[in-house]
Design a protein around this ligand. Sequence first.
Ligand code: NDP
Length: 454
Amino acid sequence: MNAHLTNASSRSIIDTIVRDVADRNPGEPEFLQAVHEVLESIAPVLVERPDYVEAGIIERLVEPERQVIFRVPWTDDRNRVQVNRGFRVQFNSALGPYKGGLRFHSSVNLGIIKFLGFEQIFKNALTAQGIGGAKGGSDFDPHGRSDAEIMRFCQSFMDELYRHLGEHTDIPAGDIGVGAREIGYLFGRYRKITNRHESGMFTGKGVAWGGAEVRTEATGYGTIFFLEQMLARRGVALDGQTAVVSGSGNVALYAIEKLQQLGARPITASDSSGYIVDENGIDLELLKQVKEVERARVSAYVDRRPAARFVAGGSVWDVPARFAIPSATQNELDEAAARTLVRNGVVAVAEGANMPCTPEAIDVFSEAAVLFAPGKAANAGGVATSALEMSQNASRQRWSFSDSEDRLRAIMVAVHDQAYEASERYGSPGNYVVGANTASFVKVADAMLAQGVI
Ligand code: NDP
């Protein structure tokens, strides 16, 4: 029926689907933003592959395979009953079991989990590790909660979620607000309920009980490996250059660590209270002590580092640097921030977080020929190393830190190269947004096509 699609007709098909998604998913702006960004890139693919259109691939892709929303009741330290909402969106399993993290943050709602789950489909495809896309979480806010409260919340959350999980079904991991402590409590409850030590049903576990070396570091390290590849193509050195990093959680800390190991000088970190600037370069041991051990606000860093300064509120993107690594949360870098970065001479931006740059910010980078690495490619190292953890669990092996880091680096080089080659093939050389979207879309679409209308 669509034997001869032109660029214009495939765009019109995409516009119709985007409108339909908007009508069917009201009040979910982040989800629509993520869908729009992917579908905008794939018109040239449809010109080559009208069979995708005929098989309804796109309409099926934008509808999650399953969505679970549940009540999470728990008791706080003052014996009061609290009620949160839990989510798991199992978006697409054409390439493998559902895989994606859990986010605990007060801003979590269905639209945010759907945006993250949708992105995860394509990110996971780029890793070539045979994993489908999912995401979950809760509007629970862990800030200021005691360990006992966190444990009771995690146990109640798992009391419902366990029935939807399994090493061949759906494998969660961490994300904002879900780190080693939470994964321990969640895994422990799953083990108790199911009476199985099913290591491969969760990733990001402690190394002593089934976790993998380098999983903690993988997202931050991988983002910098991707940056390194992008810069190498353009003949730009990383060594000796400054970087602004946002966030001070898992991704930010290990992006800072790898930047330092490669000779760059990261000078900022942030959290929702503001940002710190340390022109001498971030003292990573001190920052880890503040954020990982004391679980304090980032401002506590400057109390012990007089040369550094703390800026309450404000925008970390006001700080001039050659590279920007947004590693906190979605839409944290807007058009005005992008203009400031460009004015201050930024040459490359790599998204450690998921969708931290707004579409307008990405346009600014593109007009200014700033290298731009979208999160679904740049931060794929985290989930890729999760897949390595699943492999080790399945074969009861343990790989060393250096072996695991070599594998991570090789995967990130491959993710970069796939995205670059697809950007050339589909007429936008060096545009990694187009490259990542088209390369991953084709993989998922081919698998869906082969598996019939399900
Ligand atoms: P963490 O919880 O470890 O850290 C998140 C950091 O971002 C904290 O510094 C937090 O500050 C800040 N932050 C979160 N929400 C907001 C907000 N609304 N406004 C301002 N600052 C905020 O999370 P991760 O480091 O794991 O995740 C960071 C990003 O990376 C997310 O987008 C996540 O989806 C993405 N990602 C994570 C992966 C992983 O392996 N962990 C894998 C791939 C992507 P505060 O404490 O004040 O809230």
